[in-house]
Design a protein around this ligand. Structure first.
Ligand code: SF4
Length: 94
C-alpha cells in the first residue's frame, strides 16, 4: 500500500490512519501487508506495519467509537487545534 502525505511534518495521526487501513484490510482477509508513506514536501518516507500492540489499540479505539455512536448526546464538541487542519471539517458538526 502506498500513501502520499502533503504535510510538511510526519504526523502520528497520519501514521495511525494508514495503520487503520492495514487493520481494515487484514480483518477482511488481506494480511501481511506493509504500507509506505511518502512525504514529498520534506523528502521523507516511512514504512508502516501492524504490530499486535497496534491491533489491540485499534480495537480499543473502534470500541470507543461505537460507545460514542450509542450516546444520546455527543461528548464535548469544542473545536480543537487539530480541527483547523482536518479534512473532515466540512462534514463535522463543529
Ligand atoms: S472530525 Fe471534527 S472534531 Fe474531529 S478533528 Fe475533524 S473537525 Fe475536529
Amino acid at each position: 500500500m502506498h500513501e502520499v502525505k502533503k504535510s510538511k511534518a510526519i504526523e502520528e495521526a497520519g501514521i495511525w490512519q494508514v495503520k487503520y487501513y492495514l487493520y481494515y484490510l487484514e480483518e477482511r482477509g488481506v494480511s501481511e501487508l506493509k504500507a509506505k508513506i511518502d512525504y514529498p514536501l520534506i523528502k521523507e518516507n516511512r514504512t508502516v506495519e501492524l504490530t499486535e500492540e497496534d491491533r489491540i489499540r485499534l480495537r480499543e479505539i473502534i470500541e470507543k467509537i461505537y460507545e460514542i455512536q450509542d450516546m444520546e448526546q455527543p461528548p464535548d464538541s469544542r473545536e480543537r487545534k487539530i480541527c483547523r487542519k482536518c479534512a473532515c471539517q466540512d462534514l463535522c458538526l463543529i
